[in-house]
Design a protein around this ligand. Sequence first.
Ligand SMILES: Nc1nc2c(ncn2[C@@H]2O[C@H](COP(=O)(O)OP(=O)(O)OP(=O)(O)O)[C@@H](O)[C@H]2O)c(=O)[nH]1
Length: 554
Amino acid sequence: MKATTILTLSSSHAAAARRSPARATISDPHLRQYPVRTSRLRVAQSLASRPLSSGWRRRRRGSGLVVRAETFGQLTTGLDSAWNKLRGVDVLTKETIAEPMRDIRRALLEADVSLPVVRRFVSSVSEKALGSDVIRGIRPEQQLVKIVHDELVQLMGGEVSDLVFAKTGPTVILLAGLQGVGKTTVCAKLAFYLKKLGKSCMLVAADVYRPAAIDQLTVLGEQVGVPVYSEGTTAKPAEITKNAVEEAKRNNIDAIVVDTAGRLQIDKTMMVELKEVKKAVNPTEILLVVDAMTGQEAAALVTTFNIEIGISGAILTKLDGDSRGGAALSVKEVSGKPIKFVGRGERMEDLELFYPDRMAQRVLGMGDVLSFVEKAQEVVRQEDTMELQKKIMSVKFDFNDFLKQTQNVAKMGSMSRIIGMIPGMNKVTPAQIREAEKRLAFVESMINAMTAEEREKPELLAESRERRIRVAEESDKTEQEVSQLVAQLFQMRAQMKKLMGMMQGQEAIAGMGDLMDSLNADEKAPPGTARRRRRRSEPPRQRELDAVGGASRP
Ligand SMILES: Nc1nc2c(ncn2[C@@H]2O[C@H](COP(=O)(O)OP(=O)(O)OP(=O)(O)O)[C@@H](O)[C@H]2O)c(=O)[nH]1
């Protein structure tokens, strides 16, 4: 079998591998199996013996083997040393994270991320690391990997930023960028992408300065099977684009991609031209194509274009090459505009949507650690939930528990979150949940007005009208409202008993909806409601309910 070995190496790594071929060993079974004849064999051998996490990727393509250096190789290796510094450390503290943070800072600067971005990043990671809870089974370095991952995702914009399509008429995508960044190639790649989405597309040649650019677009258009609209080199780009939109409308074309002229550097004519095109057709998307190799310069360009023209995002090309990753990490943070696509090669299919989380995983090269930490966090959340369930299910459930729940709700931000954590609770509607939240705030003041003894023994309140009047006065509520609260607590106790029975029988907590009904007990219900409801459901403790019912009678 013939081997195909494709090497895309950073020059420094390649040089290093060439310098010490004698020490290179073949640890990859595929490499050993295939004869690789070129002088690059040594490089491949050296690569094959590197740990995968250091940013080198090996994958098989057809019958051959592709050995590829990832853009982030150097950054990944730099970050690896940060994790290594935490080996043997028990907990993340100011002291233990100092050195790893220095490594992270160095790694990012070496990846050509700008200093202010690095500073903000490191300070945010440190803050999160120091504020993070220790999770059982997770080592500090794994925890830091997860924190850095999450921060990287945020740094790169958090969410994927997909193409926007026009609601009516053809979607107009205007591409701008300096010379040689890959604009024309991106036009065709975008057409290929749109076709895959099932959209009809047309390319527009608005680079009127270089006849060769029009020819290049025509060839690429043929290659991806989309029409190319051109008016030669004499018309103005704004005019060409306007006419192209009309042509697209006539032919029911869903989207047009406009290729504009590049310049060696930003100049006034270029900006004026782009502004004219923008004014003429009001594009749905204006995307600046930038070359990943230019690092933080790419982020600065996106900022300038955005200020000058107002763009909707960026396309980062040549991420497969020798770039250090700085552009991918900085564009969003520096310019406020998202990267929408990345180019990872010269083929038409080498344009992908930019997913910040996938990119962060690529930087770290530690997918397994990340999912492990996520699972552990999930377990902790489940343990919290079970603890909560136990409390809710407690038959003892007095006003202290009731209050604790109220405070928990406040602490955790929202009742809906707690409810959402309890299995079987999906039948509770958001409206019910909102009502419960309101209700909980309302009862808190009444519980605060109770004595310690009254909270522990709600029977005292059920049996004594004087006590209820006192609580009502102190909490600025009516006696009737206090009576309803007492009745509600006993109702909840009864409901919980029922639920406990269901839980023991391994049934889903379908009855939690009923519990919510109890939580939401109608404020206007006349005293004694509890007794009437009781007849329809499970009988709670007779004495307790009778007491409340009796107590609420005038
Ligand atoms: N490796 C790699 N090469 C790319 C990528 N995108 C574009 N190229 C190459 O970059 C070179 C320049 O691409 P063009 O599309 O001609 O660039 P342009 O911005 O249109 O250039 P001008 O028309 O001169 O402004 C070509 O050789 C492309 O094949 C990419 O994502 N990866």
